[in-house]
Each structure stands twice: as structure tokens, then as C-alpha cells.
Design a protein around this ligand. Sequence first.
Ligand SMILES: NC(=O)c1ccc[n+]([C@@H]2O[C@H](COP(=O)([O-])OP(=O)(O)OC[C@H]3O[C@@H](n4cnc5c(N)ncnc54)[C@H](OP(=O)(O)O)[C@@H]3O)[C@@H](O)[C@H]2O)c1
Length: 310
Amino acid sequence: MNDTNRKTNPLTPAVIITGATQGIGRALAEEFAQGGYALLLVARDEARLAEAARALADNHKVEVGFAACDLSTDEGCDRVEQALQKFGFYGDILVNNAAIMTAGFFQDETLPKLRQIVDLNVRAVVDLTHRFLPGMLARGQGGVLNIASVEGFMPVPYQATYAATKAAMISLSRALAYETMGTGVRISVAAPGPIATDMHAKAGAAHSRYVQFLPMMSAEDMARAAYLGFKRGNWVILAGWFNRLVALGVRFIPGILLIPSVGWFFRVRDAEGNLQEPRPLAKPQGAEPPKASDYPPARPVEDKDARRAS
Ligand SMILES: NC(=O)c1ccc[n+]([C@@H]2O[C@H](COP(=O)([O-])OP(=O)(O)OC[C@H]3O[C@@H](n4cnc5c(N)ncnc54)[C@H](OP(=O)(O)O)[C@@H]3O)[C@@H](O)[C@H]2O)c1
């Protein structure tokens, strides 16, 4: 499309799908394309984006654009808006799906990695939602579909930061669903349980008990449930009896039982089932903890009642 056409032709409403080159995001792109929506696919790998865009456009006869960018950066989020303009789209529906996860002891993670998890899983979600929600509200249509996780309903040892970002996503989505009630804009959050994608292996959790023992759903089944739930206007979308039971059950299980059980499932193990131990940490030099004798003597507490009585 040339610039003159773009100026005269009205913009096309599009579904922005982050993390759309594989896993749940790719399956969601199929669902929305099948529903006849134009798509803007977002991920970092340009070659895979181009391939996915071509396949979706050919199979479903819909307009598909893409934006290759790292959403954990401000510039990455800017690029989404620039790509919409480039393809003659506007953001009618936003699907915040891209996320990364790591597995292991918190103190063994690097700070840049932890920042990246928070920046992609939370900051980009807030950023993109804030960019596109006002337009949706002004038009009185469209919506935001956030892909969180059942991990967002509980503390998860060994995936602590990831689970915390998913809790933030659930909280944000439910609050915004309430704020936007009656506007014509839908805000939904899907909370999948374990899904058969590369995410677990990439995080180093391929041999954790939850991957081996918990029921795994396919990305296609999860995407279908998320798409239908969003179309119905469900605030929280849970798929499968096991995940519904977990999301409800964790509210009634005391932390003293819940957290060790979750920890057992999520502890990182090797292929033989051996537990990952935390890396030994060197004591920082010259930073001995203070002894009791290092503190000034405590001042006696004045007994005000005794003074009043005298
Ligand atoms: N798999 C599960 O068991 C499971 C369970 C519950 C919830 N979820 C949630 O479902 C969503 C999708 O998970 P998945 O398993 O389908 O993930 P996945 O297979 O690892 O795919 C992640 C997608 O995000 C993109 N991405 C990663 N980092 C990015 C960045 N910095 N900027 C832009 N795009 C980025 C990836 O493409 P590039 O690498 O090219 O950027 C890819 O398209 C996530 O929100 C996840 O938390 C997954």
C-alpha cells in the first residue's frame, strides 16, 4: 500500500499479538485470523515473524503485518505503534502474550535477567495497555487479552519472579475489567496451567516434577479457550478441570502446606532427578555482621504511669 492510499483509505482495526511466532501466541494468531481479524504480530526474530505472517495471510486471507522488536525495552514498545502506522492499522485488540521465565534459586539469577523478566512480563504489558486502551475506550469497542498463568495465584519457589509477574498481570487485568465495565471494551486474563511449549526447556525446568507429573495442555487448546473466553467477555479464563481446581483450591490451603508442595513440584532437577543446589556464595569481605557489643547501650524506657502516680 502506498502513502497516498494510506491517507485516503480508512485504517484497518487489527489485533496486536505479542510473542506470536511460537507456542500460545502463534496459536492465538491462528484463532484471531480464523475469526477474520487483521493481525500485527510482535516478537524479536524477524525471519520467523515474516514466515508466520506469510502463512497466516495465505491460509486465512487476512491482512497480517509484523513488528520485530524487544518489548522489554521502551524502544521496542514504540516500534509497535510505528508498525501499526506502517501497515495502515490501528490497535483494536491487544493480546499481551510474550513473556519469559527462568527456573532456579532467586540468588543465582543475574540482575539483568530478572530485570528483563519484569520489563517484558509486567512493564511492557502496562506500557502497551496504556498506549492502546484510551483509543479502545474512545471507540467503545475492542479489548485486551492478557496471558498470565495459574502460577499467578500462588507463590512459586524456584520460579519466584516469574510467578510474581503473573500475579501482577492477573491483578491488573481484573482491576481494569472492573474500571472499563459498560464501555464496550473487554479486558480478560487467561491463566493457563502447564502448556507443551519450549518455555520450560528454555528456562531450565525440563526435568522439574511439574513438567513430568502435571497434566499438559496443547498450545492450540489453550489458545482456543482464551479466544472463546475473551469473545464471551470472561474476566478470568481458566481451561481444564485441573487448572480450575488449582486456581480455586489455593485460596483455601494454608501457606505452610501450599508453598512446600509447590516448591517440590517446581524445584529444578537434572535428567536423573537430582536436585539443583544453590550456588555457594562467597562471604563479602569486610562486611561481618555487627556484634551486640557494637551497638550503644539501650536507653531505659521511661515509665510514664509510675511518674503520673508519684
Ligand atoms: N508454556 C506454559 O506452560 C505456560 C503456562 C502458563 C502461562 N504461559 C504464558 O503463556 C505465554 C506464552 O507462553 P509460551 O509457552 O507460548 O512461550 P514461548 O513458546 O516461549 O514463546 C514466547 C514468545 O514470546 C516472544 N518473545 C520472547 N521474548 C520477547 C521479547 N523480549 N520481546 C518480544 N517478544 C518476545 C518469542 O519470540 P522471540 O524469541 O522471537 O522474541 C515467542 O514468540 C506467556 O505469557 C507465558 O507466561 C505459558
